[in-house]
Design a protein around this ligand. Structure first.
Ligand code: MN
Length: 249
């Protein structure tokens, strides 16, 4: 039986990179696409609990959902797929998800939800407004193929970033630290009321050998394996303080 790959993204069902990736994977696996009906970048791991979700089928096995990337994976795994997907692919995102971006990214959240739901997740991101999308799709397909062949344990999540230079070198990396212009713009709307616009552009990264940021800066494809266990195990083993007035239990 061909493997089943559930594909989502956070740029929405109209993203050409989503369909390019789905078409490439469909050559060697059964593909089910469930993607947000509109742009949901930076949705992080949000789920929709307090309003209905509407599903529209845009072509056979390709659906849009009025929810977040995580809603898409949830519904895809729990309702639409006829068996547990062998892999959840999220992307290819238009723009990198490096370092602490993983906490904000809807692309990464879609892959993480795959891991949490008992399968394997791969988040795919590439250079913004990439000059070589075909090369990025080919590189991502190679990684998807290798991931399927490796039969990784459930809960494995990989965060992949592909540089815009079109090279074929890749590297296993740690999450680095990206710098942003942490802007808050205050403006006045046409009714005279103030409004705010948060989030500035990327302004470089810290030099950390072995990091995803360094790999991308060198034109190397970055593959960062992620832990879903956020516990700071060292702090549990050696607690940083005792609480006066409470007994350790
Ligand atoms: Mn996005």
């Amino acid at each position: 039986m061909r493997p089943l790959v559930l594909i989502t993204n956070d740029d929405g069902i109209l993203s050409p990179h989503l369909h390019a990736m789905a078409d490439a994977i469909a050559a060697e696996a059964e593909v089910l696409v469930v993607a947000p009906e509109r742009q949901r970048s930076a949705a992080s791991h949000a789920i929709t609990l307090h309003k209905p979700l509407r599903l529209h089928t845009v072509s056979p096995q390709r659906h849009s959902l009025s929810g977040t990337p995580v809603d898409c994976v949830y519904l895809g795994v729990m309702k639409l797929a006829t068996r547990m997907p062998d892999l959840v692919v999220s992307g290819i995102n238009d723009g990198y998800n490096l370092g602490s971006d993983v906490f904000y990214s809807g692309t990464v959240a879609g892959a993480v939800e795959g891991g949490l739901r008992g399968t394997v997740g791969v988040a795919l991101s590439m250079a913004p407004r990439a000059q070589h999308p075909d090369a990025a799709v080919a590189a991502c397909l190679a990684i998807v193929r290798a991931t399927l062949a490796a039969r990784l344990p459930a809960g494995t999540v990989l965060n992949v970033n592909v540089p815009g230079t079109g090279g074929a070198r890749y590297r296993w990396t740690t999450l680095g630290r990206r710098r942003y212009e942490d802007d808050v713009a205050e403006r006045v709307d046409p009714r005279g009321r103030p409004y705010y616009w948060i989030g500035g552009g990327a302004s470089g990264h810290d030099q950390r050998p072995g990091s995803d940021c360094d790999a991308i800066a060198e034109g190397v494809i970055s593959v960062s394996p992620l832990h879903l266990d956020l516990t700071a195990h060292a702090a549990v083993a050696a607690p940083p303080f005792a609480v006066t007035g409470l007994d350790l239990g």
